[in-house]
Design a binder for this molecule. Structure first.
Ligand code: MN
Length: 339
């Protein structure tokens, strides 16, 4: 069978590998049908993801059909359509025992630390699979994964209807977060540098927008909240200075959620945190949020249709990655198909 491997940064290859076999541990064989291209996949391709190791079969937004099941499988049957959880955790360490396997001390993420979904077949544990709602095609269902990332950030923020959220950045991550954040009933301010995106945010349920290039985001966010400041800030821009901006903007007793992996120092003082008793919390990957995402779709609260802008056959993966590099404004989500 074929797979897409990043042999080393900037080198994408279609390779032939053995079709996986079911084992006691990986007891369900999935025929992959669709696999999304995430910003982190692009980062691994270009050598910008410090966590990744090479060579690597990338892809962590993995949708497929159950092709075969092992003897002890009880919940899945051949033909079931599923999405696969990308987080593989040890179950033994402090984080795992605290129920936070997404930051396991021995974390393995499919497509980052271990081989992922850009291949025709993958064998995984039954528990890593979540049944897809009938209402979504396999290609559309890829968007469930970014949705879980959004749910994770809003749950880390304990976002509720009492809050005003400052959402910094309205790219792929920010737009998924807005979809989830609005379900909480919170007032939402979206900040970005592109007017077109801000218009889109307003159409998708943001209450206010700020163009950071034109206005002082900290002053404007305070003004929009009667001087108090937003009670929750989520960084979906993940730039060098996001954190210091959000620490300044967020009001007393608020929560600041980081999602980026920037290693560039930014100016932060203890005073910024202590004086307002802010909670600064990281939000990484997602912690068993697939069930919640799928339930929201089934209840009709969340619509993921229309978010995938382009599909490419996995055999044209190089073309797909080149197209992403072109930064074509029509790009929203690109999905590789395997049939
Ligand atoms: Mn992703």
């Amino acid at each position: 069978m074929k797979a897409i491997q990043i042999e080393k940064p900037e080198v994408l290859k279609i390779i032939d590998i053995e079709k996986p076999e079911i084992s006691e541990e990986n007891n369900v064989l999935i025929k992959v049908t669709a696999s999304g291209i995430c910003g982190s996949d692009v980062g691994i391709y270009h050598g910008r993801n410090a966590a990744a190791t090479y060579p690597r079969i990338i892809g962590h937004e993995i949708v497929g059909r159950v092709e075969d099941v092992g003897n002890n499988v009880s919940k899945l049957k051949v033909g079931d359509r599923v999405i696969i959880d990308q987080v593989v955790n040890c179950g033994e360490c402090y984080a795992c025992k605290k129920g936070r396997g997404n930051v396991c001390g021995n974390l393995h993420v499919r497509g980052v630390h271990i081989d992922g979904g850009y291949r025709e077949y993958i064998a995984v544990p039954e528990d890593a699979c979540y049944l897809l709602p009938d209402s979504l095609s396999d290609v559309e269902a890829v968007m469930i994964e970014p949705t879980t990332i959004a749910i994770q950030s809003c749950s880390r923020a304990e976002l509720s209807g009492e809050d005003t959220l400052l959402l910094l950045g309205y790219g792929a991550l920010g737009s998924s977060i807005l979809k989830i954040a609005r379900l909480s009933g919170a007032k939402i301010i979206v900040a970005d540098i592109v007017d077109e995106k801000l218009k889109e945010a307003l159409n998708n349920g943001a209450d206010y927008t700020i163009n950071i290039l034109k206005e002082d985001v900290v002053a404007k966010a305070k003004e929009l909240t009667g001087g108090y400041g937003p009670t929750v800030s989520i960084d979906a821009a993940c730039t060098k200075d996001s954190l210091s901006i959000l620490l300044k903007a967020t009001g007393n007793a608020g929560r600041v959620i980081t999602m980026g992996f920037s290693v560039d120092p930014t100016e932060v003082t203890q005073f910024m945190i202590t004086s307002k008793e802010l909670d600064v919390r990281g939000s990484r990957l997602q912690n068993k949020k697939f069930g919640e995402a799928i339930q929201l779709i089934q209840e009709g609260k969340l619509n993921l249709k229309g978010t995938v802008s382009h599909t490419f056959s996995y055999l044209d993966a190089q073309k797909a990655f080149d197209f992403i590099d072109s930064k074509d404004p029509s790009i929203r989500k690109i999905v590789l198909t395997f049939e």
